[in-house]
Design a protein around this ligand. Structure first.
Ligand code: THU
Length: 133
């Protein structure tokens, strides 16, 4: 299993691939699954701004497209443009979609360059859920 520091370093590497020609705000993410597999993602912007894909959703999409069937355990998020790069509301809701009682850990780099972490429930309490499934 990758450590929090390793996941953050993979997110840092992924941020170098960001396509962020409009905002100049690169973001990288690395999501760790219960079986130990991990997947990286970066943000991909679009001239039609609303179509921009965040790094976190890119990483989760890559996991699913790769056939991942485990549970999300942790996700590290990094931006060289901002310390403590918290996930946006849409990405919090995406994480919630795949949260099955395991309280996903969200790892960020703090002001001193150290890892710090929050739980998905801390960042999105009282989240929306369809009561269908
Ligand atoms: N961004 C992410 O990749 N993840 C987030 O959680 C928040 C924002 C990206 C989207 C856009 O390309 C840039 O950061 C500035 O908003």
């Amino acid at each position: 299993m990758k450590t929090n520091e390793e996941l953050l370093n993979i997110a840092k590497e992924a941020s170098k691939n960001a396509y962020c020609v409009y905002s100049k705000f690169p973001v990288g993410a690395c999501v760790l699954y219960s079986g130990g597999n991990y997947y990286a993602g970066c943000n991909i912007e679009n001239s039609s701004f609303g179509l921009t894909l965040c790094a976190e959703r890119n990483a989760i999409s890559t996991a699913i497209a790769s056939g991942e069937t485990g549970q999300i355990v942790k996700i590290a998020i990094y931006s060289p443009a901002s310390k403590m790069c918290f996930p946006c509301g849409a990405c919090r809701q995406w994480l919630n979609e795949f949260e099955k009682g395991q309280n996903i850990e969200i790892i960020l780099e703090d002001e001193d360059g150290n890892c710090c972490s929050f739980t998905a429930n801390e960042l999105l309490p009282y989240n929306f859920r369809l009561n269908m499934i």
